[in-house]
Design a protein around this ligand. Structure first.
Ligand SMILES: Nc1ncnc2c1ncn2[C@@H]1O[C@H](COP(=O)(O)OP(=O)(O)OP(=O)(O)O)[C@@H](O)[C@H]1O
Ligand SMILES: [Mg+2]
Length: 346
């Protein structure tokens, strides 16, 4: 998607007062989270290895990284959704100061998900029940949180919400197969946010959609944010340049760890971790009025997480690696006012 097009459609704030500047209260905290997949042979694959971050009210945090770096695993862990073979190893996740790690799956599903934090899972629009109309899919979701609901009242609520966000009400009476992928994704977002959660976690909400549809989905997400339906968001993508226009802060993930966390301008225009630099360099990122530069692929592949990794996880592919990087576990430290997991970044 052309950045200029997103800019045109961008609804929140202006350039100086970008969404994501945040308030003071942390509404979401992830504390040294470790998660693993348990294989049927009993091996543990540590897909998330020590992730920590916190979010303030009103903030939009982007998380970017190559495919397989653990973004979706992190999202499921953030929601306490431990569907086998995913398991928590250690660490904590707090929603408005309250830990969700000690709560049961059923409790989190009923009382946190959709009510406090809405999740838009990767590919959700392709997994809508084909035998239910959109309005009934919504009704089932509400009923799972609120018990028996008056269908007539509920349909009214749905019509009001669709009206508010400029969606055609006829969609409510359609089966998923009768509407376009873009309409399905917009319906998923409308339904997920129906209970007015404070926060949304969107896992690649525009992947697998064509460019025009991507724009309308992003516009819809930011319309909801602008209208105060929700106030904070984690936006996951593997397209770092896209975050430039939607996030106030960006976290870069590699092989199950955050390697750099900073403001959007820091990450996009002045990256300090060699992986962030490589990731930026590998993507199309022409700014308005600037000449398009040629993207340079990152050589090699991320490490196999099923095998033990010693030292820096990026060292194998890092153009700036030194002799001792492969033997030294990298700690997060502050470099140029942002967090960087590299002993030699400056
Ligand atoms: N069910 C599973 N069993 C075992 N390993 C898994 C399972 N699901 C994911 N993994 C592994 O966990 C790691 C992280 O996967 P994850 O899907 O979280 O990555 P991602 O960053 O979301 O990738 P993408 O951008 O392709 O969506 C990968 O190495 C993957 O192979
Ligand atoms: Mg994913």
């Amino acid at each position: 998607m052309a950045i200029t097009d997103i800019e045109k459609n961008k609804t929140p704030g202006d350039k100086t007062e970008k969404v994501g500047s945040g308030g003071n209260t942390p509404i979401f905290e992830v504390d040294d989270l470790h998660l693993h997949y348990l294989t049927r042979f009993g091996d543990k694959i540590p897909a998330v290895a020590g992730v920590s971050f916190s979010m303030k009210q009103g903030e939009v945090l982007g998380i970017a990284g190559e495919s397989g770096c653990g973004k979706s695993t992190l999202v499921n862990g953030c929601m306490g959704l431990f569907i086998p073979p995913l398991n928590p190893t250690s660490g904590d996740v707090r929603v408005a100061g309250e830990s969700i790690m000690s709560r049961t799956h059923a409790d989190v599903r009923k009382n946190v998900l959709a009510k406090k934090v809405a999740m838009i899972p990767q590919g959700a629009f392709n997994s809508l029940n084909p035998t239910r109309k959109i309005k009934d899919i919504a009704a089932d979701m509400i009923a799972s949180h609120e018990g028996n609901v008056n269908r007539k009242e509920l349909y009214e609520r749905l019509r009001d919400r669709f009206n508010l966000i400029g969606m055609d009400q006829s969609i409510l009476n359609s089966y998923p197969i009768e509407i376009t992928a873009g309409m399905r994704q917009r319906s998923v977002i409308a339904i997920s946010t129906l209970l007015n959660p404070k926060m949304v976690i969107a896992d690649e909400p525009t992947s697998a959609l064509d460019v025009t549809t991507q724009k309308s989905v992003i516009k819809m997400i930011f319309d909801l944010l602008d209208k105060g339906i929700f106030s904070s968001m984690i936006f996951i993508t593997h397209e770092l340049p896209l975050l430039r226009h939607v996030a106030g802060r960006i976290a870069i993930m590699y092989a199950g760890q955050l390697v750099e966390v900073g403001t959007t301008d820091q990450i996009v225009f002045d990256p300090r971790h060699p992986y962030t630099k490589a990731l930026m360099g590998s993507m199309l990122s022409a700014e308005p009025g600037q000449k398009q530069r040629k993207p340079v692929a990152i050589e090699g592949a991320p490490p196999n997480l099923a095998k033990p990794i010693f030292g820096c996880r990026f060292a194998e592919r890092c153009p700036e690696a030194r002799k001792d990087c492969k033997g030294k576990e990298q700690e997060i430290r502050i470099v140029a006012d942002r967090q960087v997991r590299c002993a030699y970044a400056s």
